[in-house]
Design a protein around this ligand. Structure first.
Ligand code: CAA
Length: 379
């Protein structure tokens, strides 16, 4: 296992780090307080080539390796987990399904716009009654001449309301089984698609999360992704890899919590000495550092396997489960180390604490990651 970064990957890390500190950091407070979607920052990320990192050059992307993409999410998330999730959803599940399963016409039509950041991508799988049990979805797509008519509703759609394209899943057969679903590229202005009111969330305040409703939504048959019946396969294949993106986001949150808490513990004095000199604090930080390091190894190992074509869903689920749990634990400990200050909005650890939690929930709860890992062990 060689986890040494290449020169190109190091350049990516430095470029994103500089961008995050100089351009993103000053905006974090405004995103947080105003629930403000960072459209200008996304535009700049498009100019830097960050919105299409793994997309081939012929479709207008940066044509870089998967690890470079993971580095970008990881570095952004140390400063803003909001931008981390926007980029992860846009790329892993908003653009990659089109890259991996689209026909040439669909790729030429959508990928250059997604890769430049002119378009933002989203993924519409979850429904009010179908979260972890994705196959219980009720949204239907009925063939009608040259169109499919979509009817149903989706829930918790990240980038929703801001996105230009929604990779949307719907039932095309009444039969049970994984071949009953199909995937469609639904454009934001499609008649019959209604965007609901944004959720008021515990964290990730700048990212938009909305319900969608499809009421006699007419989608031309050219928008079908892959073949009819391929939907579940498309969803799972992209989640298998996409979960590493969320793992990288969680890693960024954990690293930020560790860095802030270590600095604070060295500066904060009580009983005439820095609190870091108390074993109770030092051991906490040592545990945090060990777990963050272990999460980093899992995340970059999973990304490396994607690169080598040896990837399976097991490593992605392990990385996502462990990094998100680490992020939550590190953020809780960071609040504890900051004491009363950590519980106020004046210090960033409070935001990290709120942002960390959802990484254990979306793109498959950690209970679902256990299920995926166990299935891989026993199959
Ligand atoms: N990779 C590839 N194929 C898979 C798979 C995987 N990880 N998991 C299942 N499959 C295939 C199976 O091989 C099987 O194929 P066949 O029918 O050809 O045999 C088929 O799918 C059905 O398999 P199961 O019976 O095991 O499926 P299931 O219905 O019991 O559930 C599940 C599988 C893993 C629990 C799945 O429903 C799941 O991943 N649920 C979580 C949903 C999720 O992650 N949602 C995320 C929403 S997006 C999001 O959150 C983005 C965001 O905002 C940040």
């Amino acid at each position: 296992m060689d986890l040494k970064l290449t020169e190109e990957q190091e350049m990516m890390r430095k470029m994103v780090r500089d961008f995050a500190i100089s351009e993103v950091q000053p905006e974090v407070e405004r995103m947080e307080q105003e629930d403000r979607f960072p459209a200008e920052l996304i535009h700049k990320m498009g100019e830097l080539g960050l919105m299409g990192i793994p997309i081939p050059e012929k479709y207008g992307g940066s044509d870089m390796d998967y690890t470079s993409y993971i580095i970008a999410i990881n570095e952004l998330s140390k400063v803003s987990a909001t931008l981390g999730v926007i980029l992860s959803v846009h790329t892993s599940v908003g653009s990659n399904p089109i890259l991996n399963f689209g026909n040439e016409e669909q790729k030429n039509k959508y990928l250059p716009k997604l890769a430049s950041g002119e378009y933002i991508g989203a993924f519409a799988l979850t429904e009010p009654g179908a979260g972890s049990d994705a196959a219980s979805m009720k949204t239907k797509a009925v063939k009608d001449g040259d169109n499919y008519i979509l009817k149903g509703s989706k829930m918790f759609i990240t980038n929703g309301g801001q996105a230009d394209t929604y990779v949307t899943f719907a039932r095309t057969s009444e039969e049970s089984g994984s071949k009953s679903f199909s995937a469609f590229i639904v454009e934001k202005d499609t008649p019959g698609l209604e965007i609901g009111k944004a959720e008021k969330k515990m964290g990730l305040h700048g990212s938009s999360t909305v319900p969608l409703s499809f009421d006699h939504c007419i989608v031309p048959k050219e928008q079908l992704l892959g073949e009819e019946g391929d939907g579940f396969k498309i969803a799972m294949a992209n989640l298998n890899v996409g979960r590493i993106g969320i793992a990288a986001q969680a890693l960024g949150i954990g690293e930020a919590a560790l860095e802030l808490a270590s600095t604070y513990a060295k500066e904060r004095e009580q009983f005439g000495k820095p609190i870091a000199e108390n074993q109770g604090m030092a051991f906490k930080l040592a545990d945090m550092a060990t777990e963050v390091e272990a999460a980093k190894l899992l995340v970059y190992h999973a990304a490396d396997l994607v690169e080598k074509g040896a990837h399976s869903s097991k490593e992605a689920s392990m990385a996502k489960m462990y990094a998100s749990r680490t992020a939550r634990k590190a953020a809780i400990e960071a609040v504890q180390i900051y004491g009363g200050y950590g519980y106020t909005e004046d210090y960033p650890v409070e935001r990290l604490f709120r942002d960390a939690k959802v990484t254990e929930i979306y793109e498959g709860t950690n209970e679902i990651q256990h299920k995926v890992i166990a299935k891989n062990l026993f199959d």
